[in-house]
Design a protein around this ligand. Sequence first.
Ligand SMILES: [Mn+2]
Length: 397
Amino acid sequence: MKILHTSDWHLGQVLYGYDRLDEYAGFFSQLKDIARKECPDALVVSGDIFDVSAPSATVARMFKDNILDLHEALPDMTIVITAGNHDSASRIDVDRNLWRAGGIHVIGGIRRVEGEFDFSDLVVEIPGKGRIVAVPYINAAFLPKKSERELPEMSFFGRIGAMLAESACDGLPTVLMAHLTVAGCDMTGHRISPIGGMQAVDPGIFGEIFDYVALGHIHKPQQMDGGRVTYCGTPMAVSFDEVFEHGVNIVNVEKGKAPEIEQIPIMPVRELLTIPADGGTFKEAIKLFRKLDNADPSYIRLNVVQEEPLPVDCLEVATEIAKEKSCRFCTYKYTRRSELAEEERMQGITAFEFRDTTPCDIAARFFRSRGFSQEVTDDYVSLIAEIESEIAAEQNR
Ligand SMILES: [Mn+2]
């Protein structure tokens, strides 16, 4: 079975006040070219279709029109789309039956029958090719807990595996779609962890029955377990910190074999540029910004690292320069040089030093590196010391 795996479209994103409709149009046209060239058996979109739970009419229509175009161009390609944490499961499900009538699978939430999940509803059979189990984003809070020691996700995927084992699919592969964080993955580009409210799951929770796990949620493309568990990543950067290749995956999946994965890049209509990439003084950043080609349509973030704060008119200065250009000026990233030095010292700590460092030392370094005043830092450190002694007392009991 050959699949086109993509996720995290975040359609309708407004980046620093700029709408990105022309960029999505560029993405869809490339996606259609790839689909026409590769003729996959299925297109799978593993969550975060939209950036917000209630996308505008324009964005909702763009999605529908493009999916229908794809279906019309390749009627034999099965289309399976699931909701992510950015999507509203119930809003996505409004059109579920309508999509299904047209032979397209768009799944918002998991149906429940008398309180129990109805997994059968998530299985999409592709005759003679295999099957796809389309699991949308699930909030761990909604998952029933089987026992204290077992993660709720564990029993969840275990039950899906058990259901699939009953209906063996002679020699044909099974693909699982899911929208979650796998422990140990590279979260470059994401700010908080764990994101989306779900704890990271161990890659071992996906049973042997799945020949390929087509994941969404983490934006950096990456493969785990020999490619069996894979994030295809965002096709377009959604933040300045996503400094990695963007694209979609073409995957050949066979029963009991490691999948063959090819990453196909998506060319951005506009890039997200950080100037300078490694940071410089305000003067240096402005100088480089002036030099930017007037025809360059990129989004711009100016990256200033210096001891003195940004000048009060820094926004006016940048906006004035941007007037001459086609670029979209977004923001400044500002780091105090001394903070950076502190951060570097933190990173430079050796295992020997670490052994001799107390949790309070580490906390003190951390708070100082974040620019907290000595007074605030002392307050936090004394709180941590209190916790430490409570834990010690507990262990001695
Ligand atoms: Mn996402």
